[in-house]
Ligand binder design. Structure first.
Ligand code: SAM
Length: 250
């Protein structure tokens, strides 16, 4: 039985009520992600990417897409899909990202992950993103849960998406299934991390970013927060930055 959120994501779960739900979710996310890509030459990171259904669509707008996740089972599935076939999609664990990408990333997106991270893991992520980004590069942290919990809002949101996209009944059934699921147990025992907007901005600024709130949020849930944080140009990296490696991006 999953003891941590990472165990939960590494196992089989029913967060998406059916294939249509997952399809709609990842399609919206891909469209939002693409709108943030600064140029076709950009190296972009999707940290905590999950199954990244629309990775090929995203990489069509960039030079390289780095798919990063800490769940070994997710990495295996992603490598099955992209391992040797698609050199412009690099599938990495966070440690490999740290080793391979230093000062050569233009956009670093973290969507719907912060609720699962400990404080120490978040500090590490912010430091990794700062080190990976090129001067002027941007970190987007999105789908961050605000301090006020709103479980009823979560229910309404899922039903609304289901209604609009042809899976209302599956959404209803999914809600009942969630009530008896490991997700609910973990939500009650471990909990989901929530954040105060001002404190979160201060944390990003303390880490050396020019940070501000970004609207709209990525994805469907506009009750959640998004932040954009730019690594200032002309400020030296705190760790030694490797030369950008863009050799095999064609
Ligand atoms: C809700 S999914 C988000 C997937 C994708 N970014 C999206 O928005 O659909 C959360 C992701 O965070 C990753 N994750 C959960 N806990 C983590 C942890 N402690 N460290 C690193 N990644 C974690 C999971 O493996 C999972 O892929």
């Amino acid at each position: 039985m999953a003891a941590t959120w990472l165990d939960f994501w590494n196992g089989s779960h029913r967060i998406y009520v059916n294939a249509r739900h997952a399809e709609v979710h990842y399609a919206k996310l891909a469209a939002d992600f693409i709108s943030l890509i600064p140029a076709p030459s950009a190296v972009v990171v999707d940290w905590g990417c999950g199954d990244a259904y629309n990775a090929e669509e995203i990489v069509a707008h960039a030079a390289r897409l780095v798919l990063c996740d800490a769940a070994p089972a997710t990495l295996l599935r992603l490598r099955d899909r992209f391992g040797t076939r698609q050199r412009r999609i690099d599938v990495v664990a966070p440690e490999a990202l740290r080793a391979r990408y230093q000062g050569n990333v233009d956009l670093f997106v973290v969507n719907s992950v912060l609720q699962y991270l400990s404080d120490a893991e978040l500090d590490q992520l912010i430091a990794d993103a700062r080190a990976a980004l090129a001067p002027g590069g941007t970190l987007i942290i999105a789908d961050v849960i605000p301090l006020r919990d709103d479980v009823l809002g979560d229910v309404r949101n899922l039903l609304r998406i289901g209604m609009r996209n042809g899976f209302f009944l599956a959404a209803l059934i999914g809600l009942v299934a969630t009530f008896f699921s490991p997700y609910r147990r973990l939500r009650t025992t471990v909990g989901l991390k929530r954040y105060d907007e001002a404190a979160f901005l201060a944390r990003l600024r303390a880490a050396g970013f020019d940070a501000r709130r970004m609207r709209p949020n990525l994805g469907f849930d506009q009750r959640r927060m998004a932040f954009t944080a730019t690594r200032p140009k002309g400020v030296a990296q705190s760790t030694a930055a490797a030369e950008p490696d863009r050799a095999d991006q064609a």
